[in-house]
Design a protein around this ligand. Sequence first.
Ligand code: EPU
Length: 417
Amino acid sequence: MQKLIIQGGSPLRGEIRISGAKNAALPVLCAALLTSDTLSIKNVPHLQDVTTMLSLLEQMGADILTNNQSEVELTATNLINPVAPYEMVKTMRAAILVLGPLLARTGEANISLPGGCAIGLRPVDQHIKGLQAMGAEITIKHGYIHAVAKQLRGARIMMDIVTVTGTENLMMAATLAEGTTILENAAHEPEIIDLANCLIAMGAKISGAGTDIITIQGVKSLHGTQHTVMPDRIETGTFLVAGVATGGEIHLTETYPHLLDAVLGKLTEAGANIESGDNWIHLKMSARPKSISLRTAPYPAFPTDMQAQFMSLNCIATGTAMITETIFENRLMHVQELKRMNADIEVEGHTAVIRGIPELDAANVMATDLRASASLVIAGLIAQGETVIDRIYHLDRGYECIEEKLSNLGAQILRTN
Ligand code: EPU
């Protein structure tokens, strides 16, 4: 199993380019199921989750062409196998995103239930409830969601909770439904707007993406188009936190600062000097960071996907911080590992209290999920000595060339087998 070895203590300095967003690329890839034409997608990040999604779409019958320039062409003319098998879904929950488009296009889908995962239970009841409201007959048997609908019908769907992939799944299904669908209590995440833009370019009629209420007027068919995936706001935030934690100066290009208001606000509170333009961010940090309390919540509030990275930052900040996770019930697993590095953290329920200490001790630690892995990388960069991070396959699911990018910024980081 591969590991990362990090020699801590070097401030990050230099410039890197931010990759396309994982959580925007995955739904956009699934949108290819909605048309028999070719969907050409640019700025697709090279990530394990993208590879898994492409394999899933390929075994359903999609033709796929990729090149080294992060471009993918998908043509789903003949969907011979509307199935997402357990073996694929178990490694990537986002596979549930094929359910809506597959059902809308072929009238049938057989998708393995994702089940629980490390960060929480993560049920898909809202996806199912929405499709049922659109006329789908859904049965759950042998761990699979079997959905059938000759023709989905538009419906008014009130989602009980704000769900990102739930909103995306239902929005995709509704593009080919008969009549109008209104999604209420929809998620606002920018990745939803990115998907809506792609669907609109394919001929879908969608308004309100990025707000509480999304209206989709069904059309008979969609056509191919070209789409460029938005920049990864979580990768951006992760590098910014690493810059602040190491007391460095970094310049990030091909990213959108306006999607990171909550994160940039917190980093400024920590003492960072931040300048930005339309598609770049420059960050400089010259003192020990101040502690930052936060509470995760749906966009535009502070993202759960940045919580773990801020936990590491708080470990070496001045003062005491409180971090409350409100989205997932089990997303504080990195605390245990950070404590192995001498961090002073106490957890009560979904809240962690972090008392900053001047420096962390390097140690052998284990990644438990994607963003937890990122927090351990940041901790390794600031710790005194050599940190070894095990189970980094979690990291490869969501960060493109992370050690290469960090090395370019002056970090001493190495991958070993
Ligand atoms: N939920 C339900 N029922 C549902 C759907 C969700 O109870 O039918 C609950 C979940 O268990 C969770 C909350 O609602 O407690 C929010 O979950 P959501 O559905 O919004 O999460 P998701 O769509 O599965 C996406 C991202 C996650 C990110 C969350 C929250 C993708 C592929 N994944 O997940 O990204 O944390 O939204 O912003 O878009 C990551 O990149 O590391 C990651 C986990």
